[in-house]
Design a protein around this ligand. Structure first.
Ligand code: GTP
Ligand code: MG
Length: 491
């Protein structure tokens, strides 16, 4: 028999980077330890049950960095209320707009939260912001609209009680109800591997009461629930709307994936073959991307702290690879710390080993040194993006060097006429041909990419000039050549 009853609201904090989402949540959770973050930026989804003086609320903190748009969108979809956090200092920014857009697509109600009011409180600016938000159909209730607007400071606490009461008011309006008698179901938020207790899965319950020993089942993960934790506290049951961490599950997940509690372990076993096949599958994002040169590609083996990080990293690699037409092969990507077989695999496949927020123990350090495999470990997502940029640049440069026909060092600069400059050069490597594609480097930095116009030896035009010869070079559409520049000509 169905038994529908009011449930705890699921509220997501979303908005542009650094607008104050985590600080606000830390203030609301003031009795708990603060959320620790590398580089002061949020890099995964965090969910907390909070007992406020107005009632229970489940809060989800999301990253504001643009690299996390994929998981932000997945996360917003299953929430009841979005707290659109906008810093009064900065106003509306790209990720603010992204969240507004997301709210519209998934029809989620929005409470606008202006933060950092201790720093700046300017009535004219606020009126302008309200006007701008109205253009996106976010209209303050004080203007007769449907959206609640609040003003808070996470430093002084001003406005936070008002915000909490408005969340409860909004959830009453939404009449949030769940079936408490149903077989539990809900949403998976993330997975991490704890070296002592195995996989820890964060979930939010939507229906039913989740109990120890329940059989958990999702598309790629399953198991019997061994442990339920509300933050650090062991509990035996979890209710609709609550965010909890469970253990006993194995497999991998995607953020926002649904789970169900099922009757018997038998039905899990039936699906076991499918589950096992999906685990650790080797895939290749750039399968369809043909590289003329086999060397112009990057092989990677990646380990990350969370399944959420895995999807963000895959997304970054996919976009980077497409944008630069640069094939990147993901030999393996999974959560957890490095194991010796990762190093063996790197050796066989000539791959780079990349860790994101994982630990590298002494045994692995030693084994990687013995095998001359360097492990690169990142804590902040933009360090990984920089790594890809650098790899791309290095590999492209190496490729380019192979195609060099000749190099000329600029020794003097002459005036051919009133306008055109001629570079008096010595060919130091190979040969340089008339009409060659050239690049000009100044202190190893590329300053011009173009075509050689003419090459002369003693005022006589030449088709090609060889190493050891002095010559005069003029470059098409370039007149800023300087002494000590290097002109590289390509095949
Ligand atoms: N003065 C003042 N500073 C604030 C307030 N809220 C946040 N800050 C500061 O703003 C900076 C960013 O705050 P976070 O809470 O990390 O911002 P965030 O939105 O969680 O950032 P991401 O998760 O990386 O998107 C920190 O230096 C905070 O101390 C506030 O109400 N007043
Ligand atoms: Mg944050």
């Amino acid at each position: 028999m169905n038994f529908y009853k009011k449930r705890i609201p699921i509220v997501v904090l979303a908005g542009h980077i650094d607008h104050g989402k985590t600080t606000l949540l830390n203030y609301i959770r003031k009795n708990f330890s603060k959320i620790k973050e590398y580089g002061g930026i949020t890099q995964h989804i965090n969910a907390f049950n909070v007992e406020t003086s107005f009632g229970k609320i489940t809060f989800i903190d999301t990253p504001g960095h643009s690299a996390f748009d994929f998981i932000r969108k997945k996360c917003i979809q299953f929430t009841d209320i979005i707290l659109l956090v906008i810093s009064l200092e900065d106003g509306i920014k790209p990720q603010t707009l992204e969240v507004i857009n997301c709210a519209k697509i998934y029809k989620i109600s929005v409470i606008v939260v202006f933060t950092k009011i201790d720093k700046e409180f300017n009535e004219i600016k606020i009126e302008k912001l309200k006007n701008d938000l109205a253009k996106f159909d976010l209209i303050s209730d004080s203007w007769g609209g449907e959206n609640l607007f609040t003003f808070v400071s996470a430093k002084t606490g001003v406005g936070i009680d008002d915000l909490l009461s408005k969340i409860i008011l909004q959830s009453d309006i939404l009449e949030l109800k769940s079936d408490y008698n149903a077989k539990p179901d809900g949403i998976i938020i993330d997975n991490m591997i704890n070296s002592k207790i195995g996989m820890v899965t964060s979930i939010i319950i939507l229906n039913g009461i989740l109990k120890l020993g329940d059989y958990f089942f999702s598309e790629k993960a399953h198991g019997k629930i061994k442990n339920i934790k509300d933050f650090n506290l062991n509990i035996k049951e979890a209710y609709p709307g609550m965010a909890v961490n469970i253990t006993g599950i194995s497999g991998s997940i995607t953020i926002g994936e649904k789970f169900n509690v099922i009757d018997k372990i038998k039905s899990i076993e039936k699906n076991d073959t499918i589950l096992n096949k999906k685990k650790y599958s080797i895939f290749d994002i750039s399968k369809n991307m043909t590289s003329k040169n086999e060397n112009l590609k990057l092989n990677l083996i990646l380990k990350a702290d969370l399944d959420g990080s895995v999807s963000v990293i895959k997304n970054i690699i996919n976009n980077f690879s497409k944008e630069k037409n640069f094939p990147i092969n993901i030999i393996k990507i999974s959560i957890g710390d490095f194991i010796t077989s990762d190093i063996d695999l790197a050796k066989i496949t000539n791959a780079k080993l990349i860790g994101f927020n994982v630990k590298i123990n002494q045994k692995i350090k030693k084994y990687s040194l013995e095998n001359k495999i360097h492990i690169i470990n990142f804590n902040i997502i933009y360090e990984f993006t920089n790594f890809l940029e650098n790899e791309f640049e290095n590999i492209s440069l190496q490729e380019e060097e192979k195609n060099i026909l000749g190099i000329a060092d600029v020794k003097k600069v002459f005036k051919q006429d009133l306008i055109k400059n001629i570079a008096g050069c010595l060919i130091t490597y190979g040969k340089i041909k008339d009409n060659s594609n050239i690049k000009i480097f100044r202190k190893n930095k590329l300053v011009f990419n173009g075509v050689l116009e003419s090459i002369k030896v003693f005022k006589e035009n030449k088709k090609e000039v060889f190493s050891g010869t002095e010559c005069g070079i003029s470059i098409k559409d370039y007149n800023s050549i300087q002494i000590n520049d290097k002109i590289k000509a390509y095949k």
